[in-house]
Design a protein. Structure first.
Length: 166
């Protein structure tokens, strides 16, 4: 092998290693998977939890994505209600909504529209562990008794929890 070819191959190896180090450094500094930021929200349970009456509860079951935790509806002494997600975990998506589904008209499927057989409660504040949502006064939990984690962008229900009387 000529000496120039040997120098060329050493130079190529050095530049290749240097390029890989630079590419890895850039990837580490600007990781694309960090675009879907996973903020941790650890809301404390509603103040005066001892004064709240638990009405309904249910455990999440995975559907389109891994989802786990517990959904519980509490009632304040003044009659207002709050939905609390505890030990909650689901897939990282930019926008997920908490929706109450009419359990009498659908069978845990993805064919629902908020307002008719579903009530949109709000966006997920994070994909983890404790969060609370104030329920509108006109929501009938006996009818809207399935909590669904829904991605409108994917038209997918990530997980559901059937609420049963406490």
């Amino acid at each position: 092998m000529p000496e120039d070819a040997h120098k060329f191959s050493k130079r190529r190896i050095v530049w290749t290693v240097l390029a890989l180090v630079v590419l890895f450094s850039l990837w580490y500094a600007f990781r694309p998977e960090k675009l879907f930021v996973n903020k941790t929200v650890a809301e404390s349970p509603p103040a005066a939890l001892g004064q709240l009456t638990p009405l309904y509860t249910g455990s999440f079951h995975s559907a389109a994505r891994d989802t786990s935790g517990r959904a519980t509806v509490y009632q304040h002494p003044n009659g207002s209600r709050v939905l609390t997600l505890s030990n909650f975990s689901t897939a990282h998506e930019p926008v997920l909504n908490v929706i109450l589904l009419d359990g009498s008209s659908i069978a845990n499927n993805q064919n629902f529209t908020p307002g008719t057989n579903g009530r949109d409660i709000g966006e997920i504040k994070s994909s983890q562990p404790e969060q609370s949502y104030t329920l509108p006064a006109d929501v009938d939990i006996d009818r809207f008794n399935i909590v669904a984690i829904y991605s409108a962008g994917l038209h997918a229900v990530f997980g559901t929890a059937k609420l049963d009387a406490f």
